[in-house]
Design a protein around this ligand. Sequence first.
Ligand code: ATP
Length: 307
Amino acid sequence: MTDAAISIRGLSKIYKGGKQALHGIDLDIPRGQIFGLLGPNGAGKSTTINILAGLVNKSAGEVSIWGFDIDRDPRNAKASIGIVPQEIVFDPFFTPRETLENQAGFYGVPPAKRRTMELLGKVHLTDKADAYARSLSGGMKRRLLVAKAMVHSPPVLVLDEPTAGVDVELRQQLWDYVRELNAQGVTIVLTTHYLEEAEELCDRIAIINHGRLITNEPTRDLVGRAQEKAVEVTVDRDLDAAPDAACFDKIELKGSRTLVITYDKSKVNAGEVLAAVQKDGLGIVDVSTREADLEDVFLSLTRSANG
Ligand SMILES: Nc1ncnc2c1ncn2[C@@H]1O[C@H](COP(=O)(O)OP(=O)(O)OP(=O)(O)O)[C@@H](O)[C@H]1O
């Protein structure tokens, strides 16, 4: 028995035809978190999620969901998880209300305990309750999928690339709902290609690449590990060329008075960089720094993992 929401040990998957999508993944997803599973295309994210969903059989390893082993206790494991799939699949002739009612029936939720209209309200589809699913926009369909994944009130909700095809406003609403669920105690696992989204939402991030776990750490630490940092410095006079110094990795002159300097923060600090600008008598009028974002970390980590 484990305390993790999801516990994965030695998980491997070899598809028919020989493609090995997962190479012995070990991963614990803590309860109560918003957890991001990131990786480039083909990394093995969907394979992992499909194994959790019971849609793909693993080749080796152990997986438990909310403490229930997916092989020994598949019913409880299934009841503990809701999955929002990447692809939109609905029977086009059912309305959102019917879709949720059918799903609740499928999970054995008795009519008195069903939350159909409450869930439709949460995903802003109340006024579409009786419209045919085929008449919904892409964003509406995706929100209906989220509601559908929650009909049995699972403690873990997994969203596979949930914002693909969802416009900015609806994406925000979707995230508000995800945050609300999380505040109510639901553990959220999401895969996304939008790194800034993972950075904004997730407490913790795991990155997989080529079927291997590259890192699994608090978002804060991951972001802090980006070595490259940029500082924008405005000086007090016009320049013809950017000054040079050993501590700069790169320096560019933007306009005639703004210098964009990139440096390795594991080797020098901002004070040394600014002192190097001032050494020729230049005065500094303004300074702004740009924190490395997840994109930087992600690229450097997946690049080093590629050798
Ligand atoms: N049914 C399948 N049969 C054979 N190979 C597969 C199958 N499904 C996935 N793969 C392969 O397994 C690897 C991992 O794929 P997976 O879909 O898990 O990656 P992903 O990280 O989810 O990527 P994406 O973001 O593109 O969905 C890829 O090389 C893919 O081509």
